[in-house]
Write a protein that binds this ligand. Sequence first.
Ligand code: GDP
Ligand code: MG
Length: 433
Amino acid sequence: MALDALKDIVKKIARSSTVDKALVNEIVKDIQRALIKADVNVRQVKEISENIKKRALSEEPLRSLNPKEHVIRIVYEELLKGVGEGLEIPLRKSKIMLVGLQGGGKTTTAAKLGKYFKDKGLKTAVIAADTWRPAAYEQLRQLAESVGIGFYGDKNEKDAVKIVERGLKELKDYDMIIIDTAGRHALEEDLIKEMIEIEKVAKPDYKFLVLDAAIGQLASKQAEAFDRAIGIDGIIITKFDGTAKGGGALSAARLIQKPIAFIGSGEKVEDLERFDPAGFISRLLGMGDIKSLIEKIERITKEEELDAEAFIKGSFTLKEVYKQIEAMNKMGPIRKIFEMLPFGLSLNVNEDVIEMTQEKMKKFKVIMDSMTEEELLNPKIIDGSRIRRIAIGSGTSPQEVKELLKYYNTMKNLMKRMKKGKIPKLGLKKLGF
Ligand code: GDP
Ligand code: MG
């Protein structure tokens, strides 16, 4: 499979002596080649590779990730963005309708889904609504029997809509019903008409397009056509096992902005899995290492969230400002800390405020070192004469001490508002800083 080449990219990064521009350019080229070969849409390839390049060359690594891990993380995240989200199907009474061209794998997938939901504990059945192919009835009946799920069909009925209608009545005690429909070589007028009529009668909770991965770039055209004709809720990609072109179907899902629900990777009924984007990309990149790396990233992010939360709770004195300055060395600029806060608030802090903050922080620390414990815990008592004393003691000016106090007051106000749940959409500058 062409996408297998992505595994070598992680190895290449791991083996390199340093992470520099040359390496980034090289791996971006490798990624482009692998994706193009896998039939991923060209525009998408361009977007993914440009994002990787831009981020790898400009972003600061997350705390405690080394430069190699940092680049691998970016590759992982951008590829993940490229496949979009999966689809979680709640385990409750539902109907699924499968559509797609002939030979795509609908009937096989109907049985696979039947097994999937039966294994999850749902009472499951299939309806054979393909009346165009004589063998379709028998194929599904046998598959249903082998999987041990309910079945409804009528060999002698030519009207698929009637079969669905009767089937739903017959199977009303079942939790999950999967409707297998007919397909042709092309999306013909009467096929569309039949699909629409079945949909009206069945009122499916999910309409899934079954797409053969082997068709590569053509997947996009099909996806668009079916989505236009009946509106689909997701895509099931089949035959992912036997083709190098699976990227085409992945791109198709992205193009019509519908999730990939399942992936079929073999002829047997158990060869179906729910599409899990993170797991899928991890595997493409060579599982093990990536997985522990992702766990590491998640752990760091969580720790930082906790730090940030502690930071806005509790009383706010100059001691907190001191801790805050120390934390900033660990966590990066204050803007980053705010971005991590639980409400996802955006403070729109100016870049120049951050610059200034970074520089001033060192001086602030020196000033605070010249304060008494009492002054740190209760900054209100710092009057003119104390300011002069602190300035002399720290080798700074009264003006600079006042600046620290002003910073303290600004932060204190901000904390108060945050605690009250009032999330200021103002820049720090507008808050008098
Ligand atoms: P339908 O015409 O859309 O109902 O397609 P079928 O379910 O009859 O499948 C057509 C062919 O594709 C059959 O030979 C299946 O065994 C095969 N097939 C379906 N899904 C997969 C898959 O995920 N992997 C492989 N290798 N073959 C598949
Ligand atoms: Mg079929």
